[in-house]
Design a protein around this ligand. Structure first.
Ligand code: ADP
Length: 255
């Protein structure tokens, strides 16, 4: 395709149009394939907790559960229902972002104050796992969608807690570098291998499926971060070392 463009565009503009058309069709086919894969994944991810809920409910409804098993089974139904709810909420967030998210106007958002809000929401979860949650740095003003930005920092911080080690720490840092506001979430956790570092931003990609299930993860957290960053013209930088920790930085454009 590129050879054709380079050699023939000048002499024959019909070639140019043909090349553009091929590129456009390839792009559309890729988008359609991604959409089909996403639909298949969503169906699978929704069916798994529902099948489990149905199983436990049938045992209880059929009167075959031992009396002492009824409460734990009901607990399992609640856990699976919570997973389903989290999944549906994340799917809705992602589809809103896919549509451009333009329905909500941008407003001035102070990122260190937003980090305080996220810390308040996750403080007890971190403390429960013996993980110290710290906030550092300077105020950083960004123009954006408050709700989306909060969701992005929440997802990063939640992951930093989930994939940490006992007695580990999570640090949220905000500031400005060369005039560009940034937010950084770093952890002392299990780290991500180089081969997985790009893939973790794909929908439903998890390095360790069983670990992610245990933490109640939906597999969509980092996709939401990626799409949210694109909406805000922000760059996402991931640095990670296995066994040492992960540091993800969102760099926004100059105001
Ligand atoms: P999940 O709901 O599974 O956490 P995410 O999209 O948020 O989904 O993350 C995708 C995968 O990336 C996770 O399942 C985990 O394997 C890996 N991951 C994300 N954040 C971290 C982190 N801070 N440290 C180590 N691994 C991480």
């Amino acid at each position: 395709i590129y050879e054709l463009t380079a050699s023939s565009v000048e002499e024959n503009s019909a070639w140019h149009a043909a090349v553009l058309l091929i590129v456009d069709i390839t792009e559309r086919e890729r988008a359609e394939q991604q959409r089909q894969e996403f639909t298949a994944n969503v169906s699978h991810e929704l069916k798994t907790p529902l099948t489990s809920i149905m199983g436990y409910a049938e045992i209880i409804a059929g009167g075959i559960a031992k009396p002492e098993d009824v409460a734990p089974f009901a607990g399992k139904i609640r856990t699976e229902a919570q997973r389903l709810l989290a999944l549906i909420e994340d799917i809705i967030h992602l589809s809103r972002l896919d549509e451009g998210g333009e329905t909500v106007a941008f407003e001035p958002v102070e990122m260190s104050a937003l980090c305080d809000t996220v810390r308040d929401r996750l403080q007890s979860k971190a403390a429960g796992k013996g993980i110290a949650l710290r906030i550092e740095g300077e105020p950083a003003a960004v123009s954006g969608q408050r709700r989306t930005l909060e969701q992005m920092i929440f997802n990063l911080t939640d992951n930093a807690i989930n994939y940490n080690k006992p007695q580990g720490s999570v640090t949220l840092t905000t500031g400005t570098e060369s005039g560009r506001p940034f937010v950084q979430v770093s952890d002392t956790g299990i780290g991500i291998a180089p081969a997985d570092q790009q893939r973790v931003f794909e929908r439903f990609y998890r390095v360790d499926k069983s670990h992610s299930k245990m933490t109640g993860g939906t597999g969509l957290g980092l996709s939401i971060v990626k799409h949210g960053a694109a909406l805000h013209h922000a760059e996402v930088e991931l640095k990670s070392a296995l066994g040492e920790g992960t540091c993800i930085t969102l760099r926004f454009s100059k105001e």
